[in-house]
Write a protein that binds this ligand. Structure first.
Ligand code: GLN
Length: 230
């Protein structure tokens, strides 16, 4: 972070588009991640600047010293804990398999033999697809963002995709995507706010204290219901 007089300013990396967590509307970045980090910053007396980028670029940008904080609906994983420290969890998530609305052949990942699955680079979905490729016998297409992933299925280049269930449920409810969730959730995880490992204890403490205060004073619930309803 840079020191501009009184308040420290931290740069926060988020995904390019990941509604309801981050998205552009009326030329502005909105969403749960954006509101949360703004509220935490206000509570803890620091300033932030948001930078949207491909999700796969967030941790590398932190390692390169270009970002102080990583968000983007980022799941807390053991693998990532090798390079970043996570805040306390702030949102429950996990993966769903998604297919075209009119597809009745694919009801589970076991139905993907010889077919293609689209995933977003650097995500838990990409990791899940790679780990299970051998067992289920599908091909993988890796793209940079959720919009491209949805397009791969819409235009028939892929038979299915993997997306976090809060994100796909929101996308299906809010837009006229011809997609549906197939079968049960594949796993469960939690989103956390990340900082570069081992070097940011002070910032991480502020983030955790801010998060705890927002949960305590009702601001956290307000932010969630602003985007997701009661
Ligand atoms: N939660 C998933 C992950 O951490 C997906 C995040 C995203 O696509 N922005 O990999």
């Amino acid at each position: 972070g840079t020191d501009n007089g009184d308040a420290k300013k931290y740069t926060v990396g988020v995904d390019t588009t990941y509604p309801p967590f981050e998205f552009q509307e009326d030329g502005e970045m909105k969403g749960i991640d954006i509101d949360l980090i703004n509220a935490i910053a206000e509570d803890q007396g620091f300033e932030i600047e948001i930078e949207a980028m491909d999700f796969s670029g967030i941790i590398p940008a932190m390692q390169a010293g270009q970002l102080d904080i990583g968000m983007g609906g980022m799941s807390i994983t053991e693998k990532r804990k090798e390079t970043v420290d996570f805040s306390d969890p702030y949102f429950e998530s996990g993966l769903s398999l998604v297919v075209a609305k009119d597809n009745s052949d694919i009801t589970s990942i076991g139905d993907l033999k010889g077919k293609t699955i689209a995933v977003k680079k650097g995500t838990t979905g990409a990791n899940y697809a790679t780990e299970n490729k051998e067992e289920y016998g599908y091909e993988i297409i890796q793209v940079n963002d959720s919009t491209s992933m949805f397009q791969e299925v819409a235009n028939g280049s892929a038979a299915a995709l993997l997306e976090d269930y809060p994100v796909i449920q929101y996308a299906i409810a809010k837009s006229d995507l011809d997609l549906k969730v197939a079968g049960d959730k594949l796993n469960g995880d939690n989103y956390g706010i990340s900082v570069l490992k081992g070097e940011n204890d002070e910032l991480l403490k502020k983030i955790n204290d801010g998060l705890a205060n927002l949960k305590e004073n009702g601001n956290y619930d307000e932010i969630i219901s602003k985007y997701l309803g009661e």
